[in-house]
Design a protein around this ligand. Sequence first.
Ligand code: SAM
Ligand code: CA
Length: 247
Amino acid sequence: MATNQEQQQNQAGRHQEVGHKSLLQSDALYQYILETSVYPREPEAMKELRELTAKHPWNIMTTSADEGQFLNMLLKLINAKNTMEIGVYTGYSLLATALALPDDGKILAMDINRENYELGLPVIQKAGVAHKIDFKEGPALPVLDLMLEDGKNHGSFDFIFVDADKDNYLNYHKRLIELVKVGGLIGYDNTLWNGSVVAPPDAPLRKYVRYYRDFVLELNKALAADPRIEICQLPVGDGITLCRRIN
Ligand code: SAM
Ligand code: CA
């Protein structure tokens, strides 16, 4: 058994903040947030899309309702107008974005899979916000490269949400940092990657979690060291890192 002194040494270097005690300690607490503050205020269209997506076999990929609420408010707070989303699936985060933008707001939305986007599209249309969306089917990287060839796209985006292939996040970052405006935001999703970022090497992780983990770890280090941005990593959903371009 560890002595008191050993225990104290083990504690050295660990966070001391009292605030962590108020962070999510249980599923019940998360459920409480959903039932008290999220579901009662969720727009009807988002509820419909969430319920439709829950029946889809890949539903684990969807953005959670609390994160959707967060994105919606964030976009309003920064008065976002020109935005981009990489990784749409059935469109829950896309709808959260589309509902937050002004009527002449724009979202360039990219996904390699059009079928899933089309599952959610009728709900987005019914909500009256489909005209804000320019959906491009295919891998996002070549689209970004093409956009970079035209100087007028540089520094033109207020907000970019990245929620696709985690092994490409650093490749996206290299390009997105040129496309987002100074003072604009890039949000990288799933940066806590199922909690696996702190799992011991021999932890029993699902295959895809293990595969992408090293890419997420590398991304988190690179973002923390990037002088072109200020960052804030939030434990919302599966972790989202907000990056504000500063030069
Ligand atoms: N934001 C979505 C939501 O709220 O439901 C979830 C996106 S899901 C986690 C990831 C998506 O990224 C999938 O729909 C997948 O088809 C897409 N994807 C994977 N690789 C991609 C790539 N190279 N370019 C664009 N999209 C990609
Ligand atoms: Ca995600």
